[in-house]
Design a protein. Structure first.
Length: 482
């Protein structure tokens, strides 16, 4: 019920003036006719009434300006007197506290609206997101209930009842269906959890019993799974001599036979790779041999006997050093000598095409063992691809250096260079069969990988119009002889 402190102010309006308690300060610049209360009275003009309730608004009559709900009473006289009203302003916050007094926190909520769906309290937030307005559900009925769904909070259960003091106002109580049914859902999940635990316990006990009875079979199955993952060193062991153990021993014999077959295949493939690389090494560019012999012929016709002798000696040394008595490993001294003989022949065939120079930072490196015929394909690439369309004299620099136990052999030219796209394809090994240069690089890369494994590396650097550098990085250690 409303207490005395709920009444904010009282004003009696008459045609001859206004009457109100002295503790209230009347706002003089606000005529009664311009207030929200007067407008509400005007809405009832021509209709009989005794009381009017005015929805929440700021008090415009008195200086405190609180949010109030106004009750307008028309006094009863023996004769009809117009313009006489008793205005009682009731504090809106006290009414809200009264409505919320018996509500449980976080459960039922209430709000007061008119049948047009407008909130009575000015501080009431409008509930948004419902599929239909509340007044569509309420209509003109005095009381009832329904469900409505919001886009943000889900389904609500709503009860409503019209107020006896003002039938146009409806008190609505609403509660989230999800919150209301939460205990039921919790109970359901509890039951499901208990059932799940029971089922899980039954499965665990069943699995334990099965494992106890079929443990040897599971062990053999796990070994087969490991074999599927390429773990071929697994073997079955059992202290028993039952049927499953006999199958396990057969499995062991099968794995032994598979291992022997794999070793045979590896040996065969390795020998095949050795043969392929030897065949690649034995290949001699027919154009180079033709040009060399042709140059020797014409120099002999021109009676340049000294040049002919030097070319024959260089060609002989080139073949002798390349054969290397059938060995794959030579010394850095002999490898550089082999390249030098090749370059001598090329400079005699193309006198003004390029010059070359060797650099070795330490004479002791000349005795380091290396694979044969690694540098000659690189300098051949430079001559064929870097200098053919060059408008300036070409230059080749062959460098040998050591750092951290690794030997670096570099062939650098000042030729036409390569575009970034071509360089990336060569680095990725994608151009191995697309050109003679790429074929030579892929051949060297394969040989380095075969003999040195992951310890060796090939590095390519090139800039268009500036030149190309190819570096071979290999460990300074003895390698196995084929």
């Amino acid at each position: 019920m409303l207490a005395e402190q709920s009444i904010d102010s009282v004003l009696i309006h008459t045609p001859i003036g206004e009457f109100y308690p002295t503790e209230n300060w009347r706002v003089g610049e606000m005529p009664f006719e311009d207030t929200t209360v007067a407008k509400a009275i005007g809405d009832y003009e021509g209709r009989p009434w005794n009381t009017i309730w005015v929805r929440g608004h700021s008090d415009e009559l008195f200086s405190r300006g609180r949010e109030v709900i106004s009750l307008v009473i028309k006094p009863l006289f023996d004769t009809l007197l117009s313009g006489v009203y008793v205005v009682v302003n009731i504090r809106e916050d006290h009414l809200l506290d009264l409505i919320k007094a018996n509500l449980q926190e976080g459960s039922l909520k209430q709000k007061l609206i008119d049948r047009g769906g407008t909130g009575i309290f000015s501080s009431t937030e409008t509930e948004g997101g419902q599929a239909r307005p509340l007044q569509d559900y309420i209509g003109s009925s005095d009381r009832g209930h329904f469900e409505y769904e919001t886009a943000s909070d889900g389904v609500y259960l709503v009860n409503y009842a019209g107020l006896g003091m003002n039938p146009d106002w409806v008190l609505i109580g609403y509660q989230s269906k999800k919150q209301l049914l939460a205990p039921v859902a919790q109970m359901r999940w509890t039951i499901l959890t208990i059932m799940g635990v029971c089922v899980l316990l039954a499965l665990v006990l069943s699995s334990m019993l099965s494992e106890l009875l079929l443990k040897p079979l599971f062990k053999l199955r796990n070994l087969m799974f490991k074999v599927e993952q390429s773990k071929l060193d697994v073997r079955f062991e059992s202290p028993f001599e039952d049927e499953i153990s006999q199958v396990g021993y057969k499995f062991n014999r099968m794995m032994d036979q598979i291992g022997e077959l794999i070793e045979e295949v590896k040996t065969s493939e390795q020998e095949k790779r050795y043969s392929e690389i030897k065949a690649l090494q034995a290949q001699i560019d027919p154009h180079f041999l033709y040009n060399t012999l042709n140059t020797i012929y014409w120099k002999s016709e021109m009676e340049e006997q000294q040049a002919v002798s030097e070319m024959i000696v260089s060609l002989s040394l080139l073949f002798r050093l390349g054969l290397n008595n059938g060995k794959e490993i030579t010394t850095l001294r002999q490898e550089l000598n082999h390249v030098e003989q090749y370059l001598k022949l090329q400079t005699m065939c193309y006198p003004e095409l390029f010059t070359y120079e060797f650099h070795c930072e330490d004479e002791g490196l000349l005795e380091v063992p290396v694979l044969k015929i690694m540098l000659q394909p690189l300098v051949e690439n430079s001559i064929l691809h870097a200098f053919q369309e060059l408008d300036r004299p070409g230059r080749l620099d062959i460098t040998a250096a050591a750092n951290g136990g690794m030997l670096t052999l570099a062939v650098a030219d000042n030729g036409s260079g390569m575009s970034p796209e071509v360089l990336e394809r060569l680095r990725a090994g994608m151009d191995g069969g697309g050109s003679s240069g790429g074929y030579a690089l892929s051949n060297i890369r394969a040989r380095l990988s075969l003999y040195y494994g992951h310890l060796a590396d090939m590095q390519l650097e090139s800039s268009p119009g500036e030149g190309t550098t190819v570096k071979l990085v290999i460990p300074m250690q003895e390698v196995r002889e084929s």
